[in-house]
Design a protein around this ligand. Sequence first.
Ligand code: AMP
Ligand code: MG
Length: 329
Amino acid sequence: MAKVHQETAENIKLLANALQKGELVAVPSETVYGLAANAFDETACRKIFKIEGRPFNDPLILHLDSLESLDLVAERNEAVERLAETFWPGPLTLILPKKKSVSDLVTSGLNSVAVRIPGHPVLRKLLRACQCPLAAPSANPFGYISPTTSAHVEKGLGDKISYILEGGPCQIGIESTIVDLRDPASPSILRPGGISSETLSSVMGLSLAPSQPAKETAAPVAPGLLSKHYSPKKQLLLRSTPFDKAELQKLQKDDAALCFKRPNKALPLGGNIFWLSESGSAEKAAQNLFSILRQLDEGPWGSTTAELAPETGIGSALNDRLRRAAAKS
Ligand code: AMP
Ligand code: MG
């Protein structure tokens, strides 16, 4: 059974030792909680796939403590420095040519590797203490809603792992943006995430096309990126326009509504109307998304209809998660 460890110097040392010995530790990050293993220990990394039921063709992201450790696992190019300077530590993952030190298991046989330097101070302490890159996907049974609190991790994987490191609720709330930087002259966004395509494009001085919304993508743009993902057990329907007052008043008891922004306070709320943000902040909405989707999945409602966010900034990443969560296959 998993034990949640508070962030004390003693516990960081204990968990760093566990990682060095090939055990797994669920760790906080600014995006979502991850299930981490020493990236250089293939046996430990294999356990991640087994415990999560993750297919071996879905490669893992490596979490590093510094740019110096990047050289241990990937080939740099001129665009890396610029992006790293602006966005690391932070929710940006880069796909780069891999070095031999990284096993095929971690990259699913690809000759590239996904890397990021996370910003969460507790995870950074652990990374410094264990002195190895950590391979870590989100800490949930494969395909289910990602965890943004230690309690979510406990609920999903608590009977399969021993260690969870507490780091509070995740500040970004959705996964990192993944940029394919194998060819620095033509970077592309493989997965929208914590950093918007608009911000990335302005820093890179060239237009980075956001990847297509999940439902319009015929084939996955990156291995493991599936149209159906982050999936609740109950039915999730989407709508692109906000609910109006009359629609909310007519909502059936068995159905829930998930608004992007808190509806008019005068509205009689029957306990089945939820909202992602108080005042329409896409950042707040992203922070709350997975927690509220879990709450809805555990509640008495048969189905939920969710409003999509305005398709701009982090709203695009939020909509990507909603579309994948609502996809049936
Ligand atoms: P997550 O499951 O949220 O940790 O995200 C991992 C995702 O990163 C995978 O599903 C892939 O889509 C992507 N990824 C990891 N490594 C690579 C790689 N070498 N090339 C392309 N995409 C990758
Ligand atoms: Mg995941």
